[in-house]
Ligand binder design. Structure first.
Ligand SMILES: Nc1ncnc2c1ncn2[C@@H]1O[C@H](COP(=O)(O)OP(=O)(O)OP(=O)(O)O)[C@@H](O)[C@H]1O
Length: 254
């Protein structure tokens, strides 16, 4: 067994004539956190969707815990927990029933789903809300519920697409502390984010992508320095040619 929980090789995604992801390769070591950073439209969500098998791969290969995603999407889904941008919670159900409904998709019996649901709601600090309707939860609570829901099948890898977008600062910190606890339990994490502070807080490694291509890949602590930049944010802005765009905007104005 390789030490990588996730291996992505020469992955490409075409939407008709448009290539959103252009032959990218990367891996995620067991127990580590990898963040994908990139401008709007860079191909981050498309990459995640191919990994969690809701969008077909055009070419290339993804393996999760040694399972080929294209060949065995159902088994690969059992290895992962997913926190998508849209929370897809059933607002007509209670908090605990949302947990149970999700667990049943993994063939978990009602009795075990209920027990596990209660444990996970405790983990994310929603014990007192188990019988509340989802619509009564705040945005931060909903995100924590989605995180709890993603853990019902005991995944080895969790995948999060912009998990804290729109949350207030306190809620972001609560969410981060839960992810750090999971990391300490040995869970591997793959996330996308637009927040450099989030990446610096959570991730071991960062992948910068732009126009469907990887433009940098390395340790969060050393990448900027290795490339000769002051910090990750400056490296990101330079690598994605933000300076040139800013100049163009200024020239258009004058
Ligand atoms: N279903 C689709 N059909 C056609 N084009 C799509 C589809 N989904 C995404 N795209 C295009 O693919 C490109 C990559 O989109 P994607 O959502 O992966 O970017 P992203 O990096 O996640 O952006 P954001 O940060 O805004 O979420 C974009 O140009 C987008 O318009």
């Amino acid at each position: 067994m390789t030490n990588n929980i996730l291996e992505v090789k020469q992955l490409t995604k075409k939407y008709h004539n448009f290539t959103a992801v252009k032959g990218i390769s990367f891996e995620l070591e067991r127990g580590k956190t990898l963040a994908i950073l990139g401008p709007n439209g860079a191909g981050k969500s498309t990459t995640l969707k191919m990994i969690y098998a809701t969008t077909p791969i055009t070419t290339g290969q993804i393996s999760i815990n040694g399972i080929n995603v294209a060949q065995d999407p159902r088994r690969s889904k059992w290895e992962i927990g997913v926190v998508m941008q849209e929370d897809l919670l059933d607002t007509t159900l209670t908090v605990l029933d949302n947990m149970i409904a999700h667990a049943i998709l993994f063939d978990i019996s009602f009795k075990i789903a209920r027990k596990r649901g209660i444990e996970l709601l405790h983990f994310v600090g929603l014990d007192n809300y188990w019988d509340k309707q989802v619509y009564s939860l705040s945005g931060g609570m909903r995100r924590r519920l989605v995180l709890a829901r993603s853990l019902v099948n005991n995944p080895k890898l969790i995948i999060l697409d912009e998990p804290t977008t729109g949350l207030d600062i306190q809620s972001r910190h609560v969410f981060w502390s839960k992810l750090n606890e999971l990391k300490l339990q040995g869970v591997s994490i793959l996330l996308t984010s637009h927040y450099v502070d989030e990446i610096e807080t959570l991730a071991d490694n960062v992948l910068i992508i732009d126009h469907g291509t990887i433009i940098a890949n390395g340790s969060v602590k050393t990448l900027a320095n290795d490339l000769g930049y002051e910090n990750l944010e400056k490296a990101y802005l330079k690598l994605t040619k933000f300076d040139e765009e800013a100049k163009n905007i200024e020239q258009t104005k004058s």
